[in-house]
Design a binder for this molecule. Structure first.
Ligand SMILES: NC(=O)c1ccc[n+]([C@@H]2O[C@H](COP(=O)([O-])OP(=O)(O)OC[C@H]3O[C@@H](n4cnc5c(N)ncnc54)[C@H](OP(=O)(O)O)[C@@H]3O)[C@@H](O)[C@H]2O)c1
Length: 284
């Protein structure tokens, strides 16, 4: 079996390359490269590399040819139409390259009433794949736990978690655990040949009171919970470029749409995911 990973050089993608290489030899892994400057590291480690541009079908046909499974990690484009265009181009290329199988990385925010700005993209994926003629599995991530680590110094300074989610809980998964599950789904046909739709989460969700308690314990600094409004949250992070997208996601969380917990991770990998306290303790 030969696998190609798109978005392979990104935060999640690098973990997927690493986890997949625990399950199959490097020569079975083709690393999709968007920015050519990022190819060398992977070539030096013994992986095949291939140019992949979601806006260039011909590049993707070449990259996908000779592979059995495409692991599709989308870009971080924050426009539903652009993300759908990128995915449609990729599907065209998969079909032209004669690949039969796709593992499609998605996100928890896919309900029809979810106000997250990207929810329309995630909602479209499973229905679109159902008509594609491909064998597929959709693997949805809950919130990555990883960005909480570099966020901790700011929270210590603020003395509070400020997410505008009220009393609602949110579900998390570490990128490493997500990648382990994605790699397992890719290499085990029985995990991806029945139109599966997985949701990867830790074995419990966390209210912000619980999360701030864990953060206090891990950092030794008092961190409470003082939610701001959705509008204020968007304003605070406006300069970082994704304030309104993030605010719309926490608006969804405040509606109780980001709190589902499943045992899909354990079902796929055979062991429990890392919990928040252990994750933060190991990575802070
Ligand atoms: N679950 C969560 O909490 C959460 C949080 C953040 C993001 N996400 C989602 O998870 C996915 C992966 O996130 P990430 O943090 O790994 O993102 P990332 O680090 O930005 O990685 C994105 C990858 O996509 C590649 N890429 C960008 N534009 C491309 C194009 N036009 N054609 C082909 N490849 C392209 C990038 O390559 P270059 O770097 O070479 O351009 C990179 O390898 C994204 O869809 C993101 O929206 C989820």
């Amino acid at each position: 079996m030969k696998y190609i990973i798109t978005g392979a050089t990104g935060h999640l993608g690098q973990h997927v390359v690493q986890q997949l290489s625990k399950l199959t030899a490097p020569q079975n892994i083709r690393v999709g490269i968007h920015n050519p400057a990022k190819a060398k590291k992977f070539a030096d480690a013994g992986y095949e590399t291939a140019a992949v541009d979601y806006n260039d079908v011909d590049s993707m046909v070449k990259a996908f040819q000779g592979t059995d499974v495409v692991i599709y990690i989308p870009s971080i484009t924050y426009q539903v139409k652009d993300r759908i265009d990128e995915f449609e181009n990729s599907l065209t290329a998969i079909q032209r390259a004669g690949v039969q199988n796709i593992v499609d990385v998605s996100f928890i925010a896919d309900q029809p009433n979810n106000p997250f700005q990207m929810a329309g993209y995630y909602a479209y994926l499973p229905a679109r794949l159902a008509s594609s003629g491909l064998n597929y599995a959709v693997v949805k991530n809950s919130l990555y736990a990883d960005p909480l680590v570099p966020y901790l110094p700011e929270l210590i300074e603020r003395h509070n978690v400020i997410y505008p989610v009220g009393d609602q809980a949110m579900s998390f998964i570490s990128r490493q655990d997500s990648a382990e599950a994605i790699a397992n789904v890719a290499v085990k046909p029985y995990l991806r040949d029945k139109e599966q739709n997985y949701l990867l989460t830790m074995s419990q969700n966390y209210s912000m009171a619980e999360l701030s308690h864990i953060m206090t314990k891990v950092t030794g600094k008092q961190i409470g919970y003082a939610p701001v409004s959705v509008a204020r949250f968007a304003e605070i992070y406006q300069d970082e470029g994704d304030g309104s997208e993030l605010a719309s996601m926490y608006q969804a969380a405040a509606m109780g749409l980001m709190d589902s917990v499943t045992n899909d991770f354990a079902h796929i990998t055979g062991h429990q995911p890392q919990d928040m306290e252990k994750f933060l303790t190991e990575n802070y």
